[in-house]
Design a protein around this ligand. Sequence first.
Ligand SMILES: Cc1ncc(COP(=O)(O)O)c(C=O)c1O
Length: 458
Amino acid sequence: MTDLQLDLDPTLGKRAALEAALRDAIRNGRLVAGQRLPSSRTLASDLDMSRATAVAAYGQLVAEGFLLAEHGRSTTVADVPNPPPPAPMRHPFWTTPRFDFRPGEPATDSFPRRDWLRSVRHVLQDSPDDVFGYADPRGRPELRMALASQLGRSRSVLCSADSISVVGGFASAVSYLAEVLMKQGGSIAVEDPMLFLHRDLLELAGLKVVPIPVDGEGIIVDRLDGLDVGAVLVTPAHQHPVGATMSAERRSQLVAWARETDTWIIEDDYDGEFRYDRKPIGALQALAPDQVIYAGTASKTIAPALRLGWLVLPEGVRRAVQRQIHIRAGVSTVDQLALAHFIESGTYDRHVRAMRANYRDRRAEVVERLAAVAPWLEIVDHPAGLHLTARILDPAVDEDALVAAADEAGVGLVGLGICHIDPTTATHRGLMIGFGRPAQHNFAASVDALVEVLAAFR
Ligand SMILES: Cc1ncc(COP(=O)(O)O)c(C=O)c1O
């Protein structure tokens, strides 16, 4: 006799809950064809219900064909064909492809292990004991001072240590800022397309997300006219995902609109250090330090695993954001001080310079090989960041089918489609090709695999 372990849904009536639990157990194979079930009396007693309820539930499932009842014999499980298992959910970041061109990650095999270790050792050996207590929620002063001078030098950001708050990467900054914006009207304009993760975070916090299209010069500022939003989130150095650098004209137009409407601009400067054809273009923040909330991260320059990022906060919003950070305080002081040492010792600049040269070569190789093999793809000409954007020119080429064919061949790619918000204006079709991810020893083989997939497609 089967000893039945059934989880009854407490939100249903007893009979309905028993029927649902039996159906589930049969469908998912926990109860198999021919298996004998307990008598209705035993079942009723085990589940603390009346025998009439158990009899009725058995009767219902017999009528539906899930159970068989022959007079004088136990009730048994019928032979119900199992429905096909649901298709596994596909998410571009749930598996690790062999040849990995998904965007968003730097070369993890180039993590400066020895230098980082030296910085951590310095912190552990030389810091006074009070370092191991609770820290200033804005972040350690040593790091904020190091960042203030680093950001001024390398990104033209106008800031002081006082205006900086250390955060756990931009992802946590998005959540803090969203909380503040919820108290200031509850809506935000964003670039469409944009990184889907950040959109999720904004919506999770309850914000209304207003999509604004982008073109080759960045966000189309005219489309902001008449909008009443608390902030606009932009990626001026390297629009994510289409790659555009925001033009000088758009920058001043955006700042003028923000001032006029008293709206915050959130500048996500996630990979601004990486520019390959000229000196990196300075941050938008320098045009309007009182209006722009600047956000930077160590995720591309060093590694996402550190979860270290920073905000430069204009005075008007500083206390509100600092309060959010304070409530949830949480970036390791040891890591903060290690980064301060890493910057002050010149290692950060040296590492970024070396990686810039490495990524420039990687990008050039991918561009050259793709141009030769897939004339139906146009590489968008923005030599910056850790991914390049390849636009699909041929309307007959389906983006999803292309990504799926690559996936079959072990080549990880992400299409622009998942970044679109408004399907009626989803005009950007193509691929984000992250050239930072493949390990150096696997890079040539990865490019070969990528080229092979694209050459065979179509
Ligand atoms: C558009 C964009 N912003 C910011 C980041 C960095 O996020 P975090 O600092 O949370 O690692 C990324 C990382 O992929 C990104 O693609």
